[in-house]
Design a protein around this ligand. Structure first.
Ligand code: ADP
Length: 238
């Protein structure tokens, strides 16, 4: 019930903007070319935000209710991360960000759901680009620590205060400074990431300092040497 209430509240804001823009256009209050275009852009932007929100909500609630089953197969984690980094390269270049990666070749696979894991790193990289642009640098590295695979996404962007670090994994939470800076987002990405990682028996942690940058580390257990059949991952905790 609390989730439904929060979702409805969050959907109302972009809807209200779209409706008032539409009303001004329909009633002829806005007529001149540049202003009409400005309203068009507003509707397009808020419409996109609604689409993102609905997609993330569907994904999030599917995982939460256990409806969307995560299939576990041996996923080659190095190539998967490399793929995601390569796909983000043009976005990083456009934002004048130097995107570095350090991926050893001999990593063991991770037992997991490939699309879900892809989504984890896509979200972390998208955030690093959005909130790290001022630093002009992002680094993604993957390493093996004992029987765990650690993937770190680091940026030198706006950073996150200690008080906010404890809240950023809550659904819909967004730091006041990113809202004030009008950086677009739904506040659902990291909660989705955390759920997926936990469903894989892993963990996500953050180290950050305002003004200095952020470092998110995902820890995933490496798949064991024994042959693995298809299994279904446990439902996300929380
Ligand atoms: P969104 O990016 O859509 O707002 P997320 O759940 O992905 O939602 O992130 C929640 C909040 O955590 C963001 O609004 C922002 O305040 C903070 N955050 C996430 N990643 C970073 C980052 N790399 N640098 C600074 N702040 C971040």
């Amino acid at each position: 019930m609390e989730f439904v209430a929060t979702v409805s509240h969050e959907l109302r804001t972009p809807l209200a903007v779209i409706r008032s823009a539409a009303e001004n256009l329909a009633d002829g209050i806005v007529e001149d070319g540049p202003q009409v275009r400005k309203y068009g852009e507003l509707v397009r932007g808020e419409g996109r935000r609604l689409t993102d929100m609905v997609e993330q909500i569907l994904e999030f609630s599917g995982i939460q209710s256990g409806e969307r089953r995560l299939n576990a197969v041996a996923v080659p984690i190095g190539p998967l991360v490399r793929d995601v980094v390569d796909a983000s390269a043009s976005l990083a270049t456009a934002a004048r960000i130097d995107l570095e990666q350090d991926l050893p070749d001999d990593l063991p696979p991770v037992l997991g759901d490939e699309p879900a894991l892809r989504r984890v790193f896509q979200n972390l990289l998208a955030n690093a680009i959005k909130y790290g642009a001022v630093g002009g640098w992002i680094r993604v590295d993957v390493r093996l620590q004992g029987t765990d695979v650690l993937v770190t996404v680091a940026d030198r962007g706006i950073g996150i205060s200690a008080a906010e670090q404890s809240r950023i994994f809550e659904p819909f939470y967004r730091a006041p400074d990113v809202i004030a800076a009008r950086i677009q987002g739904t506040g659902l990405g990291l909660s989705l990431v955390q759920r997926i990682v936990r469903a894989h028996g892993g963990n996500i942690s953050v180290h950050s300092e305002p003004g200095a940058g952020s470092e998110f580390t995902v820890t995933l257990p490496a798949a064991s040497e024994e042959p693995i059949g298809r299994a279904t991952l446990s439902e996300a905790a929380g």
